[in-house]
Design a protein around this ligand. Structure first.
Ligand SMILES: Nc1nc2c(ncn2[C@@H]2O[C@H](COP(=O)(O)OP(=O)(O)OP(=O)(O)O)[C@@H](O)[C@H]2O)c(=O)[nH]1
Ligand SMILES: [Mg+2]
Length: 227
């Protein structure tokens, strides 16, 4: 696992490696619990969106924020290694967005989210969307204090991804299969992808949608409302 240890050769000193990793994750989990309590006091929730780079997290949030703003307050913590491009896109919807740059880091952690929450200062009752760094590996390990974990996969990525990145799909509460407008042009079997995802996580909720055309979005909004 990266982000928890700088060592290049974990095999030669695996005991130290494992205990350092456990230490880092235990500290993270304690801060995540504080974040959860902090959000609960404001009657707010956080939803952690994770995916490979380019699966459509920001596009889905652009549409969601535009629609949701009419119903309840929403805000975004935007995680990327570099730039504030995504936060700028999301602010154009009128929602507040705080950009967090992780530099060489490949995921958000609870401490980064804690300081972003205090900058964001979300109003009571808000839904705080956290867009994690595009990566199907490391973000799965780090509790941020979110209410739910959402994994976005798009139809251009292949149906085998839940099998090849099982930790991410095992951690998810919801899997969104995005870009279904492209199904006529790609070799992607939605049922097979769903079966693969359920084989690593039988409790998953699955939604198919197109963030670009809006197809399938009502079920996504219903899912958010139910949280
Ligand atoms: N055809 C189609 N394209 C989409 C859809 N959703 C997103 N895209 C396109 O996919 C590309 C990447 O979308 P983003 O929303 O930036 O993806 P992301 O997951 O936020 O990417 P990172 O933040 O870099 O991880 C853009 O060119 C979008 O226009 C969709 O439903 N259909
Ligand atoms: Mg993005």
């Amino acid at each position: 696992m990266c982000g928890t240890c700088g060592c290049a050769d974990s095999q030669s000193h695996s005991h130290e490696h494992v205990s350092l990793e456990q230490n880092v994750l235990a500290k993270n989990d304690a801060i995540a619990r504080d974040n959860r309590a902090w959000l609960r006091k404001r009657d707010a929730i956080a939803l952690n969106l994770m995916s490979s780079p380019g699966s459509g997290k920001t596009t889905l949030l652009e549409r969601t924020l535009t629609t949701l703003a009419r119903v309840r307050p929403a805000a975004v913590i935007e995680g990327d290694q570099a730039t504030s491009l995504d936060a700028e896109r999301l602010r154009r919807t009128g929602a507040p967005a705080v950009q967090v740059n992780t530099g060489a880091g490949c995921h958000l952690d609870a401490a980064l989210v804690r300081s972003a929450l205090s900058r964001l200062d979300p109003p009571n009752g808000a839904v705080v969307f956290v867009e994690n760094v595009g990566n199907l590996v490391c973000p799965a390990m780090f509790d941020l204090g979110e209410q739910r974990k959402v994994v976005v996969i798009s139809v251009t990525e292949g149906t085998d991804k839940p099998l090849k990145y099982p930790y991410m799909f095992a951690a998810a509460d919801l899997v969104v299969i995005n870009k279904i407008d492209l199904l006529p042009y790609v070799d992607f079997d939605v049922e097979l992808c769903a079966k693969n995802a359920r084989s690593v996580n039988p409790d998953l909720v699955l939604l198919t949608l197109s963030a670009t055309t809006g197809e399938g979005l009502p079920a996504w909004y219903d899912w958010i409302a139910a949280q």
